[in-house]
Design a binder for this molecule. Structure first.
Ligand SMILES: Nc1ncnc2c1ncn2[C@@H]1O[C@H](COP(=O)(O)OP(=O)(O)OP(=O)(O)O)[C@@H](O)[C@H]1O
Ligand SMILES: [Mg+2]
Length: 295
């Protein structure tokens, strides 16, 4: 069975997409079958993975197709062209395998499903009570993957709630600053309340502190994260990801840092510290999952 891991924080720009992209590449490189779903209307992950936006259905089309099956809507009903504005109507033809056709292959060895620029309207589109399970329904069709990562948007939308319901695990990405820390506990509270109501069963693996440059302020914030985290039962990973120009350079080159580091000696030198941090993080995540699943 796939392990479904959402990567989230309602705070923007903390490194969710960078972490999702790098972990997707690292897990694939370690021989696992990986699929990542871009759940952000900004489509950053899809762009880095060089997505085909022209001929491939997006996650939004898939959610509509599943909704159509679940609701047994007929096309004359409220399921009309207004809802699929901007998408190819052909994709919703019952003979068209929208899920298989949406899966794209990256140069990095992992597969992905691209996002749609219209996904940010999701809160208006997917507002029925049952819609919260749509993403979970999709997972049933993706059982061949060992790991499925969900790169979430910095918004508290119905898509984020779908991710809570669909995921086994959550990785929270944060910067060690007071604003980012606030976002961590908001998200943790949300997930816990979904779990308590039995709507979700999502275990928070921990907080990945990103862009760490070991300033005094960051060290204090990390300490605060540990102290507050004790109360909530969520702790930061011991490994923090350092701030590195390799992260921004790799992004400009539409590559993971792993792939970027292999392009030249200079890239390798630049990427060394951040790649060893990601390696340690990979081990820490696997160890945590192993401990949880062993019980
Ligand atoms: N460790 C790092 N060192 C330096 N720059 C980084 C690092 N991690 C991420 N960045 C840069 O920070 C910016 C935001 O990163 P990213 O897009 O991954 O964040 P995000 O949380 O996904 O943002 P959004 O909330 O908009 O989806 C990018 O320009 C990225 O290159
Ligand atoms: Mg992002």
């Amino acid at each position: 069975m796939s392990k479904i891991i959402m990567v989230a924080n309602q705070k923007g720009g903390v490194g969710k997409t960078t972490v999702s992209f790098e972990l997707s590449a690292i897990y694939a490189q370690n021989g696992f079958k990986v699929l990542t779903i871009d759940l952000d209307g900004q489509r950053d992950f899809s762009k880095y993975a060089k997505a085909d936006f022209k001929d491939k259905p997006t996650i939004r089309t898939i959610l509509w197709a599943i909704k159509k099956i679940v609701d047994e809507l007929d096309e004359t009903d409220d399921y009309d062209t207004q809802h699929i504005l901007g998408e190819n109507l052909e994709y919703l033809n019952p003979d068209y395998d929208v899920i298989t056709n949406a899966i794209q292959h990256s140069d990095e060895g992992f597969d992905f499903i691209a996002s749609s620029q219209y996904l940010d309207n999701a809160s208006i589109e997917f507002h029925d009570v049952g819609d919260i399970t749509l993403l979970k329904c999709l997972m049933k069709y993706l059982g061949e993957y060992d790991y499925i990562f969900l790169d979430c948007a910095p918004a508290r939308s119905s898509i984020l709630q779908m991710a809570y319901v669909a995921s086994n695990y959550c990785l929270i990405v944060a910067e060690a600053d007071p604003f980012s820390i606030g976002g961590v506990f908001e998200l943790a509270k949300d997930i816990k309340s979904f779990n308590k109501k039995d709507i979700a069963n999502c275990y928070i693996l921990g907080v990945i502190v990103n862009k760490d440059d070991a300033t005094n302020g960051q060290i204090d914030s990390y300490k605060e994260l540990c102290e507050k985290g004790q109360k909530y039962g969520i702790l930061p990973f011991e490994t923090t990801i350092n701030r590195s120009c390799a992260a921004t350079d790799a992004k400009k080159a539409y590559m993971s840092i792993t792939y970027y580091s292999k392009q030249s000696r200079e890239n390798k030198r630049k990427s060394k510290s951040i790649l060893s941090a990601f390696d340690l993080l990979y081990s820490e995540i696997n160890h945590k999952i192993f401990e949880i699943e062993e019980v």
